[in-house]
Each structure stands twice: as C-alpha cells, then as structure tokens.
Design a protein around this ligand. Structure first.
Ligand SMILES: Cc1cc2nc3c(=O)[nH]c(=O)nc-3n(C[C@H](O)[C@H](O)[C@H](O)COP(=O)(O)OP(=O)(O)OC[C@H]3O[C@@H](n4cnc5c(N)ncnc54)[C@H](O)[C@@H]3O)c2cc1C
Length: 412
C-alpha cells in the first residue's frame, strides 16, 4: 500500500506538506496530497484537539488543507492509500519542440489509467560544456539517462519522465503495453531510455541525490527555489522567454515543468490555483554555490525577474509555497478567495503574530502556547520527539522571523 499522491522527495513532514499541497507526478490523476486526506486531528489556537473531515468541522478541515499553517497544528492525518504493484518501468523521452512536449503531456494527463502512465513529470535540460552533452540537473537516478546521447541545436531540451507500474505476473505483457503507449508520443526519434526499478526505489529516487548534495555541501547552501503554477494557455510564452532565454544556461538544479488537472483540487481547500482547467507546475530548484555562480542573490534576482515577466505579460500564475511581504500581495495571491481566507482566519487563527513586537512578547507568546494543557498533553502523549521538535521549531521560526523582518504570515 502507498499514498496515492506523493511528493518527489519523501523526507518532508506530513503537517508541512498538507499545509501547502504536496504535488508530484501522480497529482494529475489523484490530485495533490491535500485532495487525498480523509480526516485530520488538529490543535486549534484555543488549544482544543479537534477531529475534522469533510463531514465534521468541515470548514476547519478545508481551511487547514493548504492553509500555510495559519489555522491549526496538524497532529494526525488519515490519508487515502492504494495497492501498488512492486515494480515500475521508468521511462525518459526527450524533445526539442516544447509544443510537442506539452501536447503529449496534456494528452497523457487526460487519459484513464489503462491508456496512460502512473506518473508524469517533465524537466528542462540545458546544454553542457560539450556541444552534444545535455545536463539533466535532475533529482533522480543518473543511470536512467546514461544510455542516451542527444544531438540537437535547440537552446534547451525537454525530458518527459514517466512510469508504468506492474506486477511480476505482467512481465511478459508490460513491454508490449509500454510500446503501444510510447507509439502515441512525439519525442525525438530513438531518444528514449527505459529501466526497471522497484516501486519503492522509484518513490525514493531523490534520496540518492540528497546524499550527493550533502557530501558536496550543496544541500546546506541557500536554495531560493521558485515554484509556480502557470495557466496552460500561457506556458508556451513562458517557455519562450524563461526556459529558452533567461535560464538556458541552467540554475544549478532541476527545472521541472508538468501539467496538472484543476478538477482534482477541491476549491473549498485553502490552496489556490490558476483558473484554467489545466495548469503547469513549474519548479525552478536552483542551489546557490558558495564558491562560484550562481549566488543566492543572483538566483533571487532571477526569480524576481521571472515574476515581473509574468506580471507584465499578464500571465495568470500562482506561487506554490508562496512568500509575500505585504498584504496587497497576499490579496492578489488569493484573489477572489481572499475574503474567505481572512474570514476563516478571524474564526480560527492559530496565532496572531502581528501582536508580537519584541522578544519579551515572543517569549510570552511561546509560553502561552507551550503551557496550554492540550498542547502539552499532545506533546507528551501523542507525538514522537521529532514531530514535537518540528512544531516547536516551526512556531519559533514563524515568530522569530516576524521579529527579524516583515514575514509572510505577518501580513496574512
Ligand atoms: C528537498 C525538498 C523537496 C521538496 N519536494 C516537494 C515536492 O516534490 N512536492 C511538493 O509539493 N513540495 C515539495 N517540497 C516543499 C514542501 O512540501 C514544503 O516545504 C513543506 O512545507 C515541507 O514540510 P516541512 O516538513 O519541511 O515543513 P516545515 O518547514 O517544518 O514547515 C513549513 C511550514 O508548514 C507549516 N507546518 C509545518 N508543520 C505543520 C503542522 N504540523 N501543522 C500545521 N502547520 C504546519 C508551518 O507554517 C511551517 O512554517 C520540497 C521541499 C524540500 C525542502
């Protein structure tokens, strides 16, 4: 059994992910992780333990899902699971034509399970030093790539990444099935790599990369990532300036681009998406380098320029894992759902950070939260120590950051 919808990287907390959305290559079919929650146990700002679901305390339930940690602390989550086969065929196919790449992706995400893949993502490849070597600054196993040589004059290439899960008893049929699915796609002739992997190995694919990054020290450098949801109707324009021009030299990390179906997102949840039926998840996941380019400042500057480009071209987008420093920006982010967010927050806000002005009030605030009988009870009895630390840490970080600088949640 496995959750139906996961993140690319598995070592994230359940509470942190459900406070955002949790997206990856299964979300086109099952929606983000927040669409797969049956029930939550939360601690409210009043220190009450509340079990909520779509049937009880529904407003709190939907507020908390994608609620940026503003409404309650998630202490338990009941999440939908499904049976999964033990193996996957893991495919990468390469494109030089962005339009062909996105058409194939959109066709695949519109199909049922039989006629499509179980995981669909895409990424941008930039040219390496050698003319014919393309750098896949990927978060996944390198050997999926190793048997492919690509020759192209295109400014960037695109990699469609897919998996098809199967049982041992289907081993004889899976090759045929895969071929019939791949026949419908328009990748560069002969540029496809296929490997066998265990389902678990595939799910845990980013872990190896994490070990490498830890060894090289890059895991610990600043990584000012920019995650966006972009309307389908404007993604070609986005590609033409952002991927083909601005970022064609790479960002020292993966650049993801893959479509999602909006009808898999419940509009009662706090998370917001663009309004079109299909939108693209774009992840610009660069790591600042302590010794050479790109620096954290240059990555942040690049991110600002990309956001400015979207705004000036009126490209409909939403930041995923948003960060804003004033209320107008938050209002724009939530758009017509802003009044609902504000009203929900007035009803069940977790903390009121605007009242915290200095270290003394920070300490008082923390003392109040931590002395709350229910919180103590939960910390003592319900939680493993790591979750306990996470909550304390996340409260400390939220509040401390407010003291240091204008912080997102201060103006929410
Ligand atoms: C290496 C890496 C890979 C990632 N990959 C993906 C991906 O593939 N897909 C994706 O969707 N996201 C991805 N993310 C983003 C991730 O979902 C968010 O950063 C999420 O907040 C991470 O959870 P955390 O445990 O690190 O949260 P923390 O950093 O501990 O918390 C983040 C915020 O969430 C809130 N929060 C945390 N715990 C709780 C709780 N129990 N109750 C209420 N609110 C809480 C608080 O507001 C807190 O400030 C990735 C992040 C990293 C660092």
């Amino acid at each position: 059994m496995a959750p139906r919808s996961l993140t690319d990287y598995l070592y994230l907390s359940v509470g942190g992910t459900l406070s955002n959305a949790g997206v990856s290559g299964q979300a086109f079919r099952y929606g983000p992780q927040i669409s797969n929650v049956l029930e939550l146990e939360v601690v409210t700002g009043k220190g009450e333990i509340v079990i909520c679901s779509k049937h009880q305390h529904a407003d709190l339930f939907y507020s908390v899902l994608g609620g940026l940690g503003q409404f309650a602390i998630i202490t338990k989550a009941k999440i939908r699971l499904h049976h999964v086969p033990p193996k996957v065929k893991w495919v990468r196919a390469y494109y030089s034509d962005f339009s062909a790449f996105t058409k194939d992706q959109e066709m695949l995400i519109s199909q049922g399970r039989e006629n499509s893949f179980d995981y669909i993502e895409g990424s941008v490849l930039v040219k390496g030093k050698d003319v014919n070597s393309w750098k896949m600054e990927s978060h996944t196993l390198e050997d999926v790539n190793s048997n492919v040589t690509i020759e192209s004059d295109a400014p960037v290439l695109y990699c469609l990444e897919l998996t098809k899960a199967y049982f041992e008893r289907e081993s004889n049929l899976i090759g045929k099935k895969l071929n019939s699915l791949l026949e419908r796609l328009h990748y560069l002739p002969s540029e496809v790599s296929i490997i066998d992997a265990s389902y678990l190995g595939f799910l845990d694919r980013v872990h190896d990369k994490e070990r490498d990054l830890r060894k090289s020290g890059l895991w610990y450098t600043l990584h000012p990532w920019l995650n966006l949801f972009i309307s389908k109707s404007r993604i070609i324009e986005f590609d033409a300036w952002v991927f083909k021009q601005k970022l064609s030299g790479g960002i020292n990390g993966p650049m993801l681009v893959y479509p999602l179906n909006r009808n898999k997102w419940d509009s009662r949840m706090s998370a917001v998406t663009p309004s079109e039926d299909i939108f693209y998840a774009v992840g610009l996941l660069g790591y600042a380098s302590p010794r050479s380019a790109p620096t954290a400042e240059s990555l942040m500057d690049q991110n600002s320029k990309i956001l400015y480009f979207c705004r000036t071209k009126s490209i409909e987008y939403k930041q995923y894992l948003p960060h804003y420093v004033n209320q107008d920006e938050w209002r724009t982010h939530f758009d017509r759902l802003w009044p609902r967010f504000r009203e929900r927050k007035l009803r069940s806000a977790l903390v009121a950070p605007r009242n915290i002005k200095d270290n003394a009030s920070l300490e008082m605030s923390l003392a109040t939260i931590l002395s709350c009988k229910t919180t103590q009870h939960i910390m003592m009895n319900h939680m493993i120590s790591n979750v306990k630390c996470k909550i304390a840490k996340s409260l400390m970080v939220d509040i401390q950051e407010i003291l240091d600088k204008p912080y997102s949640s201060e103006c929410l």
